[in-house]
Design a protein around this ligand. Structure first.
Ligand code: PLP
Length: 429
């Protein structure tokens, strides 16, 4: 606590009442420092669609480390191999540039889009997350609400960023029309299954509608597939919706859980605006990163993608996501809880309906006193829920999102559903 602001380094850990410290991650299980075992539905926030630490990837990374160490700053054949693999699997992509993270790849997409269109503005869906860069800062102005906004980002940064109501093509068109009078729209960013990984799902034909509007108003369509890419299937959300974006941002699975997970892909005539070195100071976009495209991230990503393709890991994870969601729906029904469970394949959600609050009657001895004094009601609720999950051997993302992986099977999903039932038993509505 004394040396780490907020007591945690990672923003995925905020729904636990105290830092959860792990010593081992393997397949679908996490093992904490006190010897407890958990079903892992956090899956590192999404990257480990094969499960945690799969030997088939680890062995390749170990061999690479023995040969050339973690990075050289020069070209390694794995950079070519992963780019080539992405081009093979994703038809909208002719060329790929690796970045250090999804946030950085989104920043690259903004620059390229502005150069390619000569337009100024960037449009995103209200509540969508595209990393934590200033221009795309989370929930900057969810229309009709004050929205969430990071402290430390001055208002003028948003002069050329606008948001529209999720799943609302009329509202998007309103913004695009307005932008014609103020420098045009360079890009519409989309989390294709809806803001914040589908927490607010969109209609199936919505992404196709956005594609049409982008064409009408001369904007590039950017699919942010940081979550959906190589998780919803090897072709990602664009194959699922049958929509061709101009640019695609990848992250997470692209490095199989190893550091340096970011990539930008698109057609040659758009990607040509990305510069390298001195190029980036002229007519091309300056992008970079000392730790972008390290041999480790490219090697881990390449072998992850090959294994996903070979084993059908996305389809397997998706079927298990359906099973988990169906199980949760059954529990909600049985206990008449004000929750709703839904999923797109292996991306699963469990939300409270409306703004109803709930309390958990403690059945475990290690309840956390005084949470309410220290935090907001919402955060306290999430931490109560997080603590209850922990007590039953479950780890989720922010209390309400779960990723399944190919390291699960039907029996382990059913065991986890039984653990969820033991948590729900103590919920008082
Ligand atoms: N875009 C989406 C849809 C994401 O979910 C995330 C991260 O969760 C990002 C971008 C940012 O990626 P990174 O955390 O690698 O910077």
């Amino acid at each position: 606590m004394d040396v780490i602001p907020g007591g945690v380094q990672h923003n995925l850990a905020f729904n636990y009442p105290f830092p959860l410290v792990f010593t081992k991650a393997d397949g679908n299980r996490l093992y904490d420092i006190d010897g407890n075992t958990y079903y892992d539905f956090l899956q590192a926030g999404g990257p480990t669609v094969l499960g945690s630490n799969p030997p088939v990837v680890r062995e390749k990374v170990e061999a690479l480390l023995n040969e050339c160490g973690p990075s050289t700053g020069l070209f390694h054949e794995y950079e070519y191999k992963i780019a080539d693999k992405i081009v093979e699997l994703v038809p909208s992509v002719d060329m790929v540039r690796m970045f250090g993270s999804g946030t950085e790849a989104c920043m690259g997409a903004i620059r390229v889009a502005r150069l390619a269109t000569k337009h100024k503005n960037i449009v995103k869906m209200g509540g969508a997350y595209h990393g934590w860069s200033d221009q795309l800062a989370y929930g900057i102005r969810i229309p009709g609400t004050k929205g969430l906004q990071s402290a430390g980002v001055p208002g003028f940064i948003f002069k050329h960023t606008q948001e529209f109501f999720p799943n609302d093509l009329n509202d998007l068109e309103r913004v695009l029309k307005l932008n014609q009078l103020r420098g045009g729209t360079a890009a519409v960013f989309l989390e294709p299954i809806g803001p914040e990984s589908g927490t607010r799902p969109v209609d199936f034909d919505f992404p196709a509608g956005v594609r049409k509007l982008c064409d009408r108003y001369g904007a590039l369509l950017v699919f942010d597939e940081v979550v959906t890419g190589f998780r919803m299937g090897v072709g990602g959300a664009q194959a699922y919706f049958d929509v061709t974006p101009d640019l695609t941002v990848f992250g997470k699975v692209i490095a199989g859980g190893y550091p340096g997970a970011g990539a930008l892909g698109g057609k040659r005539d758009v990607m040509k605006f990305l510069g390298a070195g001195l190029d980036g100071h002229g007519k091309k976009a300056l992008v970079g990163g000392t730790m972008a495209a390290t041999p480790i991230s490219c090697c881990a990503g390449y072998h992850t993608l090959c294994e996903i393709e070979r084993t059908g890991a996305c389809e397997k994870s998706a079927a298990l996501g359906d099973r988990l969601t169906d199980g949760l729906k059954g529990l909600i029904n049985k206990r008449q809880l004000p929750f709703v469970a839904y999923n797109v394949g292996s991306i699963c959600h469990l939300d409270t309906v409306g703004t109803m609050h709930f309390a958990i009657r403690w059945s475990k001895p290690w309840q956390i006193p005084n949470i309410l004094k220290e935090t907001s009601v919402r955060k306290a609720e999430m931490q109560h829920m997080g603590a209850a999950y922990m007590a039953e051997g479950l780890v989720t993302l922010a209390g309400n999102r779960m990723y399944t992986s190919a390291a699960y099977d039907e029996a382990s999903i059913d065991e986890a559903i039984a653990a969820f039932d033991r948590v729900f038993e103590h919920i008082e509505v």
